[in-house]
Write a protein that binds this ligand. Structure first.
Ligand code: TMP
Ligand code: ASP
Length: 254
């Protein structure tokens, strides 16, 4: 069968034309980058795990009424999604201080925040995704005030739901990044959750030990990166049946 036309290649995923108009195939690579592409590596098996983890979390979120671009998983590394117009704003929700907020505001890592904090970053690799205010988002027309209200409300719902879900399996949801897209239906537009929700874009700490179970293991050279992602999948009850062997096999695009 002919290879699908590639639409876009990102750092950890590739998007291909989907089987029907308005759909795309999202392919999860094993590539990992950090610090805006300054650090690069390959985490063998990560793509397979992220495909499963994102499928699971997006499906659970859809069940509680959060609209998403996810349609269904196609195979080990690919999922079918609806084509959306990505809003160039990354929405970060933080529950506990870690990463950039510690540096920026001089807060000790692991300090609980007085309440969940929502931040916006302008999605622009050349600029290193700078932190921006709502003012910038609306003044430059990246999103309207109504879009932002919807994104903020959805981000807080996602935070409430996922915090509980992870707590149930002994994991603290420290922070995470979401992306949203505009989904067009005739003349109507609605904002839906897009991209992925995986340990690449979340901080997940073991409740007992505070050990990182996410991409910080790669960023900080802590080792056992894929093992940590596997443990997240195992706790969520979604480890690929054949175990880790399943994750290295040849990948065929249909
Ligand atoms: P930060 O502490 O580096 O600002 O990251 C906050 C959260 O957002 C963390 O879970 C990682 C995630 N994130 C991404 O997924 N992509 C990015 O480009 C950035 C900057 C953060
Ligand atoms: N995802 C970003 C990058 O690839 C930043 C990060 O996750 O550290 O550079």
């Amino acid at each position: 069968m002919a290879r699908r036309r590639q639409i876009y290649e990102g750092k950890a995923k590739v998007l291909f034309e989907g089987p029907e108009p308005g759909t795309l195939v999202q392919y999860f690579k094993d590539d990992a980058t950090a610090f805006n592409n300054q650090k690069r590596g390959v985490i063998t098996g990560k793509g397979v795990l992220n495909n499963r983890i994102s499928e699971y979390l997006m499906t659970r979120l859809a069940e509680v009424g959060v609209p998403t671009h996810f349609v269904r998983r196609l195979n080990m590394r690919e999922q079918l999604v609806r084509e959306v117009e990505i809003i160039p704003v990354e929405v970060v929700v933080r529950n506990i201080a870690a990463g950039s907020i510690c540096k920026r505001l001089g807060i000790a890592e692991a300090t609980p925040l007085p309440r969940s904090i929502v931040e916006y970053y302008y999605k622009n690799d050349e600029l290193g995704d700078p932190l921006v205010a709502e003012e910038h988002v609306t003044a430059f027309g990246w999103a309207t005030p109504q879009d932002l209200d919807d994104m903020m409300a959805m981000a807080l719902r996602v935070n409430d739901f996922l915090s509980g879900l992870f707590l149930g399996v002994g994991i603290r949801l420290v922070d995470f990044k979401l992306e949203f897209g505009r989904l067009w239906n005739d003349e109507e537009m609605r904002i839906v959750l897009a991209d992925e929700i995986t340990p690449d874009g979340c901080r997940l700490w073991d409740i007992e030990t505070n050990e990182s179970m996410d991409k910080d293991r790669f960023r900080r050279d802590l080792g056992n990166v894929v093992e940590a992602y596997q443990e997240v999948a195992r706790r969520l009850g979604i480890m690929p049946e054949a175990g880790p062997r399943d994750m290295k096999g040849p990948v065929t695009l249909q």
